[in-house]
Design a protein around this ligand. Structure first.
Ligand SMILES: [Zn+2]
Length: 370
């Protein structure tokens, strides 16, 4: 939508006065006006930062195009219209749909998906070749290709092969989808009222904590598959850290703009606590190249998350030119894109580890148990 279109939206507004409270008073005073018409006019109203109630003032460098105390239905439908939250909603809603697609595809065992993602780390045969090779597993010595031609996990059979559980992988997928949809809903509906504003930003922080904790499940589970004590210790620790973070973030004071750096630091600290199990895993599986491939993806993820957090805290670029990035290009949108990119890099890392485990047959042959 262009600047002119937005001005068109403004022209339809019913209350020329910028003050929201005054607008409300005006509304209740005009009894002759049809109620539904008023509602319709109200829904089209975008206001400036200075006209916002205090609780909606979050970023003083975004000057305009705010939805202020819109009715729920209108706020919900505003997902399809332009305002300063539109791209915040869609960057994470888009990410949500990507993860839904990945979950569905991995549930139905589409070999192309794994083949495609596996290509990121090393060349693989084409899907057509994979289908041919499917006829005979034994022709597939490569750990990734071996998985592609196999069912979802190794089976417990007379030979004593261990099944590789998929649930930790789905914990991450559900956590990522939960975080992304909570974030989209928060950006969509938090403008409705003070009560919903408080509720949704807490939900958003809980969603981020959930995603961080759930992200730890597959890499720790698969990297320490043959080390149950280390696995239990790391998973318990990160889960407790996540619960602590959620409890801390539920404190109303901590959701204010003043605590933006604190929130970013808390989330980053949770994420970077993964350095310890990562270093442990490298020490255990020094001779398995898959560990390093997964690590490279995890480092990419860390760079994405850290860059995103830097934008989130610094509020660049809108800080440099207030008002110029109200609709497109402000820091929170950039932060969202980096979050989705980081989650996808993590997805690729977990895929490498899962494929490695499923191709390792047993802890004795490929698991580096100790
Ligand atoms: Zn957000």
């Amino acid at each position: 939508m262009t600047e002119m279109d937005l001005k068109g939206v403004r022209r339809r507004k019913s209350f020329p006065n910028g003050s929201n409270k005054k607008a409300k008073g005006y509304r209740s005073g005009s009894e002759k006006e049809d109620r539904s018409t008023k509602k319709e006019k109200f829904e089209c109203r975008l206001v400036k930062y200075d006209d916002l109630p205090e609780y909606l003032k979050d970023n003083e460098y975004i000057l305009d195009y705010y939805r202020s105390e819109w009715p729920l239905k209108e706020a919900f439908l505003s997902v399809f219209s332009w305002h300063n939250e539109t791209l915040n909603i869609w960057t994470h809603l888009g990410g949500f749909f990507i993860f839904v697609a990945l979950t569905v595809l991995s549930s139905i065992e589409a070999p192309e998906v794994r083949g495609l993602l596996s290509c990121l780390s090393r060349p693989l045969p084409t899907p057509l070749m994979m289908m041919k090779k499917n006829i005979s597993d034994n022709l597939f010595p490569d750990f990734l290709a071996r998985h592609v031609s196999r069912p979802s996990s190794l089976h417990v059979d007379g030979g004593g092969l261990e099944a590789i559980p998929r649930w930790p992988w789905f914990v991450f997928l559900v956590g990522a989808m939960g975080c992304l949809i909570c974030s989209s809903l928060s950006h969509l509906l938090a403008c409705h009222s003070q009560r919903l504003n408080f509720f949704f930003w807490r939900l958003d922080y809980a969603g981020i904590s959930l995603m961080i904790v759930s992200s730890f499940f597959p890499p720790i589970y698969y990297a320490f598959f043959c080390n149950p004590h280390a696995r239990l210790f790391y998973l318990t620790t990160i889960t407790l850290l996540g619960i602590l973070a959620i409890i801390t973030l539920l404190a109303p004071a901590l959701s204010t703009p003043r605590f933006r750096p604190f929130r970013a630091t808390l989330f980053l600290a949770m994420g970077f606590s993964g350095v310890v199990p990562a270093a442990h895993s490298v020490a255990l599986h020094w001779n398995h190249p898959q560990t390093f491939v997964a690590l490279a993806f995890e480092l990419t993820m860390a760079v994405f998350y850290a860059t995103g957090a830097a934008f989130y805290v610094s509020r660049v670029p809108e800080k440099w030119k207030p008002g110029a990035f109200d609709i497109v290009g402000h820091s929170h949108q950039i932060f969202h894109v980096f979050v989705v990119a980081g989650a996808l890099a993590h997805y690729a890392a977990t895929l490498v580890l899962l494929n490695w485990r499923e191709g390792s047959l047993t802890c004795e042959t490929g698991g580096s148990a100790n």
